[in-house]
Design a protein around this ligand. Sequence first.
Ligand SMILES: Cc1cc2nc3c(=O)[nH]c(=O)nc-3n(C[C@H](O)[C@H](O)[C@H](O)COP(=O)(O)OP(=O)(O)OC[C@H]3O[C@@H](n4cnc5c(N)ncnc54)[C@H](O)[C@@H]3O)c2cc1C
Length: 386
Amino acid sequence: MKQVDLVILGAGPAGSAAAVTARRAGLSVVLIDKARFPRDKLCGGLVTGRCAAHLARIFGQAITEDLFDTRRNFEFFMQGQDLGRLDDVPPLHLTMRRAFDAQLLGHARAAGAQDYTGHRVSTLDLAQNRVTLDRGEPLSFKALIGADGVQSIVAKELFSRAFDPARVGFALEIEAPAQTATLATPIRIDFAAARWGYGWSFPKRGSTTVGVAGLHTHNPDMKPCLSTYLDLLDTGQGAKIKGHFLPFGEGKSRPGRGNILLAGDAAGFVDPITGEGIGHAIHSGELAALSVAHAIGKNKPDQALTHYRRATRPIRNAIIQARLLRPLIFAPHLQAFFARSFANSRSLKRNYMHLLSGETEYPALLLRVLTRLPAACWRNIRRKNP
Ligand SMILES: Cc1cc2nc3c(=O)[nH]c(=O)nc-3n(C[C@H](O)[C@H](O)[C@H](O)COP(=O)(O)OP(=O)(O)OC[C@H]3O[C@@H](n4cnc5c(N)ncnc54)[C@H](O)[C@@H]3O)c2cc1C
């Protein structure tokens, strides 16, 4: 039977980042994906400054014009109300996942990962450290990284379900015909386009990606939200609608077991406010591979999770802090308050943008909000009771 140090299941951003990092650490790596690449992945394709830094460090991947449309203009709405526009935000980059993921997989192949894309796993035996592919080939491993997305079969095997249905998000998206977009065409975010969620319109050169996302429990049927949103934007009618779960801030506190680790969406590493997941996927893929390399180096693969939990603490803490802030933005009874505060405050808009770009992290933002909240609440009470 073929034996390798590391099997990675899933060749999305998390899997490719893990593969490149593990190869750099000298491990033998098999990278399995049920899809053949290039393949589509439902996603807005917004790459933040934080994510761009991970791309450069892990893959040596620059923000190149062939892969990204860079934007510096952003506008915010809430249920049709204009909350303002910023025209000099830190750069944000829009990509199509079909090309982006294929490019990252190319880096993993070039680093020497054995490419098993286009193959499903028929059995996954975590107790025996063995996977068998659909073509009958068994593989034995010292460690395994489940980077197989929100419906992860590795997470299901470990925890009997891939995600918590009470916490997961759901998103619908379409590709609308390209606007006559220029570099100044803004990225648009609509808070409350779905309950406990938002809508987006991302103008790219080939098409405009338009979608809505929110907590699944509050939006059991998301289609009316998308249809209202498309009417509002007057675009996309008749386009093919696709849906996908989004692990909207349910970061697993134990992302794995022993020598089996989960990375990216499989671990629930998506920002509960912005919905950003690509950056966390790449970063956690890297950390998972480093943790495996460290544990194998000490001849104790079972200790990989201990290293990984320590390494991912900042990601998991950021998700917890964002979840604490989320009601201020998304709770229906606070929406009017949020809309007024956001529309009137350039610094609030800037904080949001700096968060997206990676120039502010949640601890700093949480502190800023907590120190200013009492005064804002007091102003709100006085406005209501003059
Ligand atoms: C509608 C929508 C819009 C989004 N927009 C953004 C955005 O603009 N910016 C952002 O940062 N994030 C966004 N996200 C989140 C982002 O898409 C994810 O967080 C990111 O793709 C996670 O990467 P990953 O590598 O963990 O998983 P994935 O990208 O999902 O990759 C998982 C891979 O595993 C493979 N796989 C799955 N099951 C198996 C199996 N059984 N066997 C073998 N292979 C398997 C899949 O084929 C896939 O290639 C969005 C998500 C949605 C749903």
